[in-house]
Design a binder for this molecule. Sequence first.
Ligand SMILES: [Cu+2]
Length: 163
Amino acid sequence: MIRFIAKVSLQLLQCMYLTVVLLLCFSLIITSPVLAANYSGDLLKQTPTEVTVSLGNAANELKFEPNHLEFVAGKRYTLRLVNPSAQKHYFTAKDFADNIWTQKVEAGKVEVKGAIHELELKPGAEAEWVFVALKPGKYSLRCPIPGHAEAGMTGDIAINSGQ
Ligand SMILES: [Cu+2]
C-alpha cells in the first residue's frame, strides 16, 4: 500500500514536472516573438525624430554643434551628421553606440546595417544614423583626431528613461 502511494505520488510529481517544463517552453515561445515584434515591428513604425549634429563648422572651429544631445529610451531617431568644415572629423561615442539599437547608417548611396561605433566624415560629408535609443545613461562623445578633443571637440549624450 505504501509502495503504491509512493508510486502514485512519484507519477504525480513527474506529471507536474512535465507540465512545468511544457509551460516554460510555451512562455519562451510566446515571449520571444513578442520581443522580436517590438524591435522589428512597432519600433520601426515610429516616425524617427531628426537630430542634426555638425562636426566642426565653416570657420573650422573644433567642436560639435550642438555638443549636448538628448534622447529618450524606446524612441527612434535619425541622427544627421554633417561636416561643413575643411578637415575630416570623427563622431566617436562607443558606449552610446553599445546602448542603442542601430537600424542602419546611410551615407551617399550606401546603407550599412548592424552595429556601428564610430563614423568618420570627410569634408562636406553627410551621414544619417537611424537607431532606437535603449539604455538610459550618460555617454561621452569625442573626435579622436590628435588635438581635436583637446581643443574642445567633445560632447555628451544622454539617454533619458521613457517613463
Ligand atoms: Cu575632429
